[in-house]
Design a protein around this ligand. Sequence first.
Ligand code: DGL
Length: 278
Amino acid sequence: MTDAALPIGVFDSGVGGLTVLNALREKLPGENLIYLGDTARVPYGTKSSLSVTRYAEQAAACLIDRKIKLLVIACNTASAVAVEPLQQKYPLIPVMGVVGPGADACCAVSKNRHIGVIATESTVNNQAYQQAILKRMPDASVAAQSCSLFVALAEEGWHEGELVEQIVAKCLAPLKQIESPAIDTLVLGCTHFPALKECIGKVMGADVVLVDSAQTTAEAVREELQRSGMLNQADAGDVEFLVTDDPQRFSRVAEHFFEGELTAGEIQQVDIQHFDKG
Ligand code: DGL
């Protein structure tokens, strides 16, 4: 196998990273992909940085063991803490998270430099997006709101309807209340939130641009592969699915996220806990 034909490894805490996988498949149809969902330990969004970093190290080691050419940390919570440690640990392959590309995109679209971020509790507490945005645009004002409840709504397939709108409106109220000036850009800083994009857009109003970090990450991956001459020009790439818990549940919940057919028989259950820090 030539280096360009090697797969891209993508990992997430569970099913949500399938939104990043969708974007990668759309922008890079020739690429082979291996997706790893750490379903045995999801959610990451309420766990400590120490635990999430350890989980991310094990997931990365599992994918690197399978020979990949690039690693995408699709989980925002893991990206917030593990990009740098993994870049240091694996200097020979590009390690890309979703926070940097998301911050790049919102800085590019915000006109008034008042930016909102919604993410899991852990991503908000780690200040990951806040710092990434201020690094790129030091005079920006950033308001971040934890919306962990959206993760459950998205997984249950509750993406629209009156009740969902009420919940979304309640969670987003602190961001909507910001005035003079109001935020003009909102980053969807969690893998699950693109599933609620329509409802979030309706609640925030047409003046607020929603930035989907799944899309911007896929674009950043394409640019990186092009730059390094590692783009796979094949017609259609393969996708392999690995999970750390029951494939049945993954395939069922995946229906709400994955733009494609996926049966439990195509999903392999793996144990990644023996991939230690090394
Ligand atoms: N994948 C996580 C993220 O993007 C959301 C789900 C979880 O809490 O594990 O932050």
